[in-house]
Design a protein around this ligand. Sequence first.
Ligand code: WT7
Length: 653
Amino acid sequence: MSNESAKVYQPSPDFVKNAAVSGMEGYKALCAEAEQDYEGYWGKRAKELLSWQTPFTKILDESNAPTYGWFVDGKLNASYNCLDRQVERGLGDKVALIFEADDGQVTKVTYKELLARVSKIANALKELGVQKGDRVIIYMPMTIDGIASMQACARIGATHSIVFGGFSAQSLRDRISDAGAKVLITSDGQFRGGKSLPLKAIADEAFAMGGCEACTSVLVFKRTGVDVAMTAGRDVWADDIVNKQSDQCDPVWVEAEHPLFLLYTSGSTGKPKGVQHSTGGYLLHAMLTMLYTFDLKKEDIFWCTADIGWVTGHTYITYGPLACGGTEVVFEGIPTFPNAGRFWDMIQKHKVSIFYTAPTAIRSLVKAADTDPSVHPKKYDLSSLRLLGSVGEPINPTAWEWYYENVGGGRCPIVDTFWQTETGGHMITPMPGATPLVPGSCTLPFPGIQAAVVDETGNEVPWGQGGILVVKKPWPSMIRAVWGDADRFKKSYFPEDLGGKLYLAGDGAIRDANNGYFTITGRIDDVLNVSGHRMGTMEIESALVAHPMVAEAAVVGRPDDLTGEAIVAFVVLKGSRPTGDDAKKVIKELSDFVGKEIGPIAKPKDIRFGDNLPKTRSGKIMRRLLRSLAKGEEVTQDTSTLENPQILEQLKG
Ligand code: WT7
């Protein structure tokens, strides 16, 4: 496969001239620097970009590989690096956050004000007994206090773990329990698309399920004003405990390896894993990617549309932009409320210069603009934009070109950034003032990242041949552990099949035969990507079989124009196979049940019933066959090993 025939988009001479990574010579020089002295490359930048309370003397510690340590004897504080030092540098009155609420109300927060708010929350957490190393679960909407709560944890050395506000009571319970959290931070409710949705009530349900006994306090912010129950001795209103605190709180200096956060993400088993990140190495990459990939300048208005519930919101909302002293837009709502022009309206209003969003959002806005010309990006003044970004899933060339022409006005480079919860920040991405762009390709590794495509035994395959995406050398922002499961960490990320030294991303990839550009071909494990959200098929299967009517379930993905992949579930009920209206009723029941078990994002788009699932004589479910059925393809595979070929007809859908 080669991109030879594909259209190539060059950065403008103006962009190249002013870019942090200027021209391909600039990019190659950085790669060469890392090649010659790998540790020195990262060490130099860690010294220059981060403020250390105790400087590090050692860069990479491999003594406990594959758990790698970076800058291990150095001490720092992430919140100090994001807030105090900006104030010390004279940026106290610079706007840090331009917050736009769901209803359109705008609040601007300066660095000085954010520091004061964070300090108050930090002091409140201390009053609740939170100490360095304690875990705090944050179940908050996209608000200033959501971000400030994360920073407050970092300030006192507590390890935060955000649970996305769309996750269910069960998911929240599992994470509070797995993390052994001492405190939960939440709000009464959240606004999304003009609707008021509960959060505290769901948290109460989570507690009622049991297993959260170690979590002794719940700090509740007021957002929607909805009535909530408060459990005496456990629940406290932020208005009561936060507002009265001093706005001064000394940062707690932590070792570079101190866990800044855990973030749960789906893998190929039923149980999400708590991905543990460091403080020093993580923050370094958050900053470096802001500077190199996003080419952040002091006058930029940066907007990442992610939610703090996902890693993108951690690195490119809470930490990266602030650590660089930037100004960023923070958005509470959804792209289609009050109409599908919301993003374009906000870019125009706040004069956003760097815009970072997900392909699924772009695809839905293309569709909306096609049907309603009044929300077409061309109707808005988007001339403030100079750079666009994409993240979360492959962006199809058609969506890329639409984004480039209609949003970027044909003048803004698009950085298609490939990375993962586990990698902390960008891994394979264009440098906007250097890399010639090819729609659909995330192009080349970030300077210093040693990505490769290998076969099942860990040997590199020639360009032009598909294989498994790996990273050959440890990098500062890599995952440090799966919380509480050392075995799973090794098996998932440094499997012995590949020699035990290569980081396994879990994606397939192919490099262009001519220029070595990477194209991601999708997950190679049982993980689906629905609207840029990671879902384990096993997780959804476990949820389905937890329903009393269900005997067995198998879940697969099928390509979807809007969401990238869609969830298709094949279900065997304990009773007889339902048809017609009965089937419709059961489908709704099961779908709602999955929504309650995991969250609405896990609801299958399609549920089909069979008397059995297609299995080999040894009882193994033939997933490949199910994938064909899900797509509506004729089954061309060999079904001779199938015990029960007649059920294929039932599952056709
Ligand atoms: C998986 C990671 C990265 C933060 C948001 C998602 C897919 C991510 C791209 C891209 C193709 C991509 C991969 C990856 N993915 N970005 N630019 N091109 N695929 O983080 O939930 O940890 O998911 O998302 O499959 O493994 P995540």
